[in-house]
Design a protein around this ligand. Structure first.
Ligand SMILES: [Zn+2]
Length: 527
């Protein structure tokens, strides 16, 4: 299916008024910057804007293919740095947590913003929260992500095992869109067959030779903490992998926005949101005239219905190159084309009519559905691979601990087949307790670090199993995440909604702010 309906140019006066209101100096503590397609530059045939404007209270810059870091058109540059290696070594990040705008860095602003604004489901204006902004009344957590900034956009990138040189920590960075081409190539897909992707094969870091390719996503797994804890001996399974490989100090840069479903999709399709179409965890679909909430337990199993034409998942690419081999996508929303998939089981249960209908995201039906799912999960309190104290203090931590235990039993089951031909040549396993722990407490908080430790215990159990059946040395592993995290400050409160209302309502232009941060002009809010 295709959602490539035409872009609707926003009302120019409303756009100008909205940008002026959002860049008022009094909003600067909570509002980092705004970005929007340059209305004077138009779009190419793919819908990609030919230029993007970025502004904050101090200035405006215009970004395009010839000026990917932007040219100032008013005031001073709103992007003080675009260095993907900013706040390294990790001690620099620890010393400057949740930096102010003028001290922050925003890597790959042109390519990431241009991709984001290509899909017609993207907003007229993207509004980025400051790292310190705390907005619990609008769904924000103490630990947050989603920004264009470097720390919220930085995910781990660790390679280990067969074909990987033992280089330890390497001072370099990758991009999350590199994950799919790299793993597909390792699994035997030729680069020509991958076609023109946004990501590249990182053959400078790993060579072919593994029988089994294993991708491990720790959602929101903070890369600085991951490598720091591993070095301290507190993540023995990660350390075990690092001993047999390398990790990039700059990690992998997420696509914009640095949100969950955008980046799960980007890393497993090798293209940014403008080409796969999953532009946010929640957005307004103008063509369908409805609010869409893809990142919800009620809709995770339907993610592939949102894809634009031409998208190829890792699993589809491997299946085309090597028909008949098995691939597995465990607890992962990007799963189209996989031989075994957690969400295919969900769809099968729903189509049989025997499962609770999940209904719309956030509806009463979806809560019933979640209760049913939860009753089927392993009990986190019965497992010594879970910090029970954290489950008691944070319900999301308990829920995702159950999910992650289910994931562990699934991956062990996949590698329990007696006949080697029945084992998956590509396995992707996503864990989520890291995200729950970091939302609850932010980076370096006790609950955030326990999320990493618990995921490591489960990874250790998986590695032990692979060793016990004699295949550990035949596997290549990639450890990554979908985004980073920064900690809000409880004193930095407020909303830009009153300023938008004061600016736009007198014009009679309706507007919606989804997220908040996705501003749609000319679309009526809910009655
Ligand atoms: Zn996430």
């Amino acid at each position: 299916m295709s959602q490539t309906s035409a872009h609707v140019a926003p009302d120019r006066r409303a756009l100008d008024v909205a940008v002026r209101a959002l860049t008022a100096p009094d909003l600067a503590p909570i509002l980092d910057l705004v970005a929007w397609p340059d209305p004077d530059a138009g779009r190419d045939d793919s819908g990609r804007p030919r230029a993007v404007l970025v502004a904050d209270h101090g200035g405006t810059a215009r970004l395009d293919a010839d000026h990917p870091d932007g040219l100032v058109i008013a005031g001073r540059h709103p992007l003080p740095s675009t260095d993907p290696m900013a706040f390294l070594p990790y001690a620099d990040e620890v010393a400057n947590p949740s930096p102010d705008h003028d001290d922050n860095a925003y890597p790959f602003p042109w390519s990431r913003l241009a991709s984001f604004f290509t899909d017609p489901r993207s907003p007229d204006v993207a509004i980025v929260h400051t790292a310190k902004h705390w907005f619990p009344e609008q769904g924000g957590h103490l630990g947050e992500h989603g920004s264009l900034d470097v720390i919220q956009s930085r995910a781990p990138f660790l390679l280990s095992g067969a074909g990987v040189a033992r280089r330890g920590i390497v001072d370099d960075h990758a991009r999350l869109v590199d994950v799919m081409p790299t793993l597909a190539w390792l699994a035997g897909v030729e680069p020509e067959a991958l076609g023109d992707l946004d990501g590249v094969v990182r053959s400078d870091l790993v060579g072919r030779g593994a029988t089994y390719v294993v991708g491990l996503l720790w959602d929101g797994g903070h890369p600085g903490s991951l490598l720091d804890l591993a070095a301290r001996g507190e993540l023995p399974a990660v350390a075990r992998l690092l001993e047999r490989g390398c990790a990039l100090s700059g990690g992998a840069v997420a696509e914009f926005p640095s949100l969950t479903l955008v980046n799960h999709t980007s890393m497993l399709t090798g293209v940014g949101p403008g080409r796969h179409g999953v532009v946010g965890n929640v957005y307004w679909d103008r063509a369908a005239d409805r609010r869409v909430v893809p990142n919800d337990a009620a809709t995770w199993h339907l993610t592939s219905e949102l894809y634009r034409d031409g998208v190829t998942t890792l699993f589809e690419a491997v299946d085309r190159a090597r028909p008949g081999v098995r691939t597995a996508s465990v607890n992962e929303m990007t799963e189209r084309g996989s031989w075994a998939s957690t969400f295919a089981l969900v769809r099968a249960a729903l189509s049989s009519g025997e499962a609770v209908d999940p209904g719309q995201a956030e509806s009463a039906e979806s809560r019933d559905f979640l209760s049913a799912v939860r009753s089927l999960l392993p009990d986190p309190y019965a497992s010594d691979l879970v910090s029970h104290e954290r489950c008691r203090s944070d319900d999301d931590y308990a829920f995702y601990s159950g999910i992650d235990l289910l994931g562990l039993s699934t991956v062990i089951g996949l590698f329990s087949a007696a006949d080697p031909a029945d084992r998956p040549v590509v396995t992707w396993w996503s864990q989520y307790t890291t995200d729950a722990g970091h939302h609850a407490g932010g980076p370096r908080s006790p609950i955030g670090l326990d999320g990493l430790r618990d995921c490591d215990r489960r990874l250790g159990a998986f590695l032990d199993h692979l060793e016990s059946i004699g295949v550990l040395d035949d596997a290549v592993f990639l450890v990554t995440a979908d985004h980073g995290f920064e900690t809000a400050e409880e004193s930095v409160r407020g909303s830009w909604s009153p300023a938008l209302a004061a600016a736009l309502d007198p014009l009679g232009v309706p507007w919606r702010d989804e997220g908040p941060g996705f501003l749609y002009l000319g679309v009526a809010p809910d009655a």
